[in-house]
Design a protein around this ligand. Structure first.
Ligand SMILES: *[C@@H]1O[C@H](CO)[C@@H](O)[C@H](O)[C@H]1NC(C)=O
Ligand SMILES: *[C@@H]1O[C@H](CO)[C@@H](O)[C@H](O)[C@H]1NC(C)=O
Ligand SMILES: *[C@@H]1O[C@H](CO)[C@@H](O)[C@H](O)[C@H]1NC(C)=O
Ligand SMILES: *[C@@H]1O[C@H](CO)[C@@H](O)[C@H](O)[C@H]1NC(C)=O
Length: 807
């Protein structure tokens, strides 16, 4: 009996033993029961056992009242004197009874003489002297954010040594949104707290939850113990990357260098660790072109230029970009990035000649279209706004067409193939970019010929000099005309104008080679018959319509010495130059015996006659003036002189091959009176003969005087215009005695000089100057030459110069 031991008893056994004890005590002994609180003071009286048992106090001492056995024997003692049960030491119920709901300590008390056994039960009443204590002050929990509401997490229960109502009654959790506490009763007096997830966790919202769990016992006042619960929310890849901007768009200049950053995309992922690490890639259906042109940095999200960006190829790109995290089951987000390419003026304008007539007739009216031109530029906007221009001085201009960028090139003025036969038209196309680009194109326009030019004679009018006695059928001169046109428009044929009011007498005697303009004379000309004539030659080209022009040709016939001098007086009856002179014997020296008159139809030297005595019986008697033909006596006649004299006078011209005639004069010396009468008769006879001669003389004299007058005028004019040196030299010529000059006609080339002749000897030469315009008259005295310049003038067909050089 009374085998209670500390610890180790199962509750069931305890209960059984207790019930058995009770039965035993009831059957044989009365039982006393006391109750005290635990932790009362040492020596506190529990109860008077003796009195309660009805035992006589006096006999107590003798009977030896004592506690025999007790499960907790040291806890109580009995005072033998009064039988009171005292507490010995301190009673801790939790120590004695652990957590039993009823803590009874059974004491076996013994009285001897007679032996009496009394059982005393002392109930130790619990006092709330312990607070609940958690085994750990802190608890860390890791809960995945994917945990579903209702998930339970067991927590360690708090312990409270107090029993009964003083044991833990409840658990409380600090206020929070996500958790509540659930307590599960585990048998007697044991409560298991569970943390229950009420609302899903979001690591991204709150990463750590701090909770305070409080265990409260049922004491009055209640005591409590706490535990800190830290919930770490474990990340789950439940967030996808999110781009920071709704729209990504960028402008990019074309031709941007490789490596240029176009735009940077940015996506963030709220998740943690790899679940929140974002990398970028091009979307799945991105064009392969994009791969060639752009590069996407997977880490920074920068889009970089990789290839040659050409606006003309594509003006914008829409690139799909995918941002992914690195979770086990990665989450991705797509975004499209707009890249707009900005044009740069990198294309030169192009000039297209769509329609072009390479040859344009020169008679095209101003405004004729030569070419249609298109300009275009592959750039955009202002960079593609092209203006086409021509240099200002061009014969062409550009007419903008109604169509954009189309022009027609038209002639601005009348073209002239003869002036410019080929136009290189420089077209300059310039765009309006900054800086602007331009291109140049040259078109060659050939002006085709139109018969717009008449043939032109090289000289107009022509003057030709033809020597008389030409051989018929031979060419005498040629004319030539040129035509500034081309080909048949310039193919010239010549013909003599037959209806130009020219004297048909001459035109019929002429023929012309229609191809080369060579003029042929069909007959021989005679200077003495005709000195000059005019005719016209027409030059005609072969164009359509035909154009022609004519030229006046003046032909001067040049004299040849083809006529011998003719003696006019004295004339014999049979026409030969023979005369009879009778003179009185008493005439003085210097008496004019006769004058030989001769005529030569030729002109110039060819007609300049000189007289000479060819035969004379007595040289001392007669003299002949070389120039005048006057025969004079040199001395008076003497008695010894013969009565008959025969003079043969030679008259010759000064032609290159000189021609001459002779006259014979018979002189008979008579006695003075008879002589007078005979002379008178002869004189009257002669008058009739000389009537004709007089006529010639008058003409000659008149012309000579006129020429002299002109020569004076010309001389004065020349003196004025020549240097003073020259004039003084001329005027100082003391030998100049104003003697009558002879006239000489001289021609050289197309000029004609009339020299009023000096008393030059036959040997004097007149040499045309080297340029044909100058006559050089040798001056014997000064051994110098006098140059007389004569400038030919067309309005005056001949130039008359008078030079008098006198010996
Ligand atoms: C991306 O956006 C986040 C949030 O706005 C910012 O902190 C980060 O610096 C950005 N990254 C880049 C590369 O701009
Ligand atoms: C010759 O030319 C002139 C003008 O140069 C013209 O007036 C004339 O009619 C022409 N004569 C002929 C026959 O062609
Ligand atoms: C002319 O007559 C003269 C004599 O009177 C003579 O000597 C001369 O020969 C004649 N001349 C001619 C050409 O007959
Ligand atoms: C003169 O005639 C000869 C032959 O008859 C000729 O050789 C010479 O050139 C001529 N002189 C002139 C100046 O005509």
């Amino acid at each position: 009996m009374g085998f209670q031991r500390r610890g180790g008893w199962c509750q069931c056994c305890q209960s059984l033993v207790f019930v058995f004890l009770l039965l035993c005590v009831k059957r044989s002994f009365a039982q006393i029961r006391y109750s005290i609180s635990e932790e009362v003071k040492d020596g506190t009286a529990v109860g008077n056992i003796a009195k309660d048992l009805g035992i006589d106090l006096r006999s107590l001492k003798e009977r030896g009242f004592r506690i025999v056995s007790s499960s907790k024997d040291s806890l109580f003692q009995i005072n033998e004197d009064d039988g009171i049960l005292y507490v010995k030491g301190k009673i801790d119920r939790e120590e004695v009874c652990e957590r039993s709901s009823v803590c009874l300590i059974n004491l076996k008390t013994v009285l001897e003489n007679p032996l009496e056994v009394h059982y005393v039960a002392v109930e130790i009443a619990d006092v709330n002297d312990h607070a609940p204590i958690f085994p750990e002050r802190e608890k860390r929990l890791e809960i995945s954010e994917s945990a579903m509401p209702g998930a339970r997490y067991q927590l360690q229960a708090a312990r409270d040594p107090d029993g009964g109502t003083n044991a833990i009654q409840m658990y409380k959790l600090s206020t929070n949104d996500h958790f509540r506490i659930d307590v599960k009763e585990r048998g007697e007096d044991r409560k298991m707290p569970f943390l229950i997830l009420q609302k899903p966790l979001d690591r991204e919202t709150k990463k750590i939850h701090k909770l305070l769990l409080t265990a409260v016992d049922g004491g009055r006042p209640p005591k409590s113990g706490t535990m800190e619960i830290t919930v770490d929310v474990l990340d789950v890849n439940d967030n996808m990357p999110v781009f920071t901007k709704d729209v990504y768009s960028a402008n990019l200049n074309e031709n941007s260098p490789v490596g240029t950053t176009v735009i940077q995309v940015n996506a963030t992922d709220l998740d943690d660790g790899p679940n929140g690490e974002v990398f970028y890639a091009f979307g799945n259906d991105v064009d392969s072109k994009v791969y060639k042109l752009f590069e996407l940095d997977p880490i920074t999200g920068k889009i970089l230029v990789k290839g040659n960006i050409d606006f003309e190829e594509q003006r914008s790109y829409e690139i799909d970009i995918q941002a992914s995290d690195k979770g086990h089951a990665p989450l991705t987000t797509d975004k499209s990035v707009m890249i707009k390419i900005i044009d740069v003026n990198d294309n030169i304008p192009e000039i297209d000649v769509t329609s072009f007539s390479s040859a344009i007739p020169e008679d095209s009216r101003p405004g004729t279209t030569v070419a249609l031109i298109n300009v275009h530029d592959r750039d955009h906007g202002l960079n593609a706004k092209v203006t086409l221009a021509l240099p200002d001085d061009a014969d062409f201009k550009l007419m903008p067409s109604t169509q954009d960028n189309a022009y027609s090139l038209v002639t601005k003025s009348q073209l002239d193939r003869e002036a410019v036969y080929e136009h290189d038209i420089v077209l300059v196309a310039t765009d309006s970019g900054e800086p602007s680009l331009s291109s140049v194109k040259t078109i060659k326009v050939i002006v085709s010929d139109v018969n717009d030019n008449s043939p032109e004679f090289l000289l107009t009018p022509y003057t030709f000099y033809v020597t008389e006695n030409n051989v018929p059928g031979q060419s005498i001169f040629s004319v030539s005309a040129a035509d500034r046109d081309l080909n048949e428009n310039a193919l010239i044929s010549y013909q003599i104008c037959r209806d130009c009011d020219d004297d048909s007498k001459f035109t019929s005697a002429l023929n012309i080679n229609s191809e080369n303009g060579m003029v042929y004379a069909l007959k021989s000309f005679d200077f003495e018959t005709v000195k000059s004539f005019q005719f016209h030659v027409i030059a005609t080209d072969s164009g359509t319509p035909v154009r022609s022009s004519n030229v006046t040709i003046t032909v001067f016939i040049l004299d040849q010495n083809d006529n011998a001098p003719r003696i006019l007086s004295p004339l014999s009856s049979n026409g030969s130059a023979e005369g009879l002179e009778e003179i009185p014997r008493n005439v003085n020296a210097g008496h004019l015996l006769a004058k030989v008159r001769a005529y030569d139809p030729d002109v110039g030297y060819n007609g300049w006659l000189l007289f000479a005595l060819q035969e004379v019986s007595d040289h001392t008697l007669f003299s002949l003036d070389r120039y005048t033909g006057q025969i004079r006596t040199l001395r008076p006649f003497t008695e010894t002189d013969e009565a008959q004299h025969r003079l043969v006078i030679l008259v010759k011209d000064n032609g290159n091959v000189s021609l001459s005639a002779t006259a014979t004069i018979l002189v008979s010396v008579v006695e003075p009176k008879e002589a007078f009468a005979a002379s008178d008769v002869k004189g009257s006879l002669k008058d009739e003969d000389e009537n004709n001669v007089t006529f010639y003389l008058i003409i000659t004299l008149g012309s000579v005087s006129t020429l002299f007058l002109i020569s004076i005028i010309v001389l004065v004019v020349m003196q004025c215009s020549k240097s003073t040196d020259y004039s003084s030299k001329y005027l100082q010529d003391t030998n100049y005695d104003g003697t009558l000059c002879h006239s000489i006609q001289y021609r050289s080339g197309d000029k004609r000089y009339m020299l009023v002749g000096p008393r030059m000897s036959i040997g004097s030469t007149i040499v045309p100057g080297s340029n044909g315009n100058t006559l050089v008259v040798p001056d014997r005295r000064s051994r110098a030459s006098t140059e007389v310049k004569c400038t030919p003038r067309y309005d005056i067909p001949m130039c008359v110069v008078q030079v008098c050089v006198c010996e």
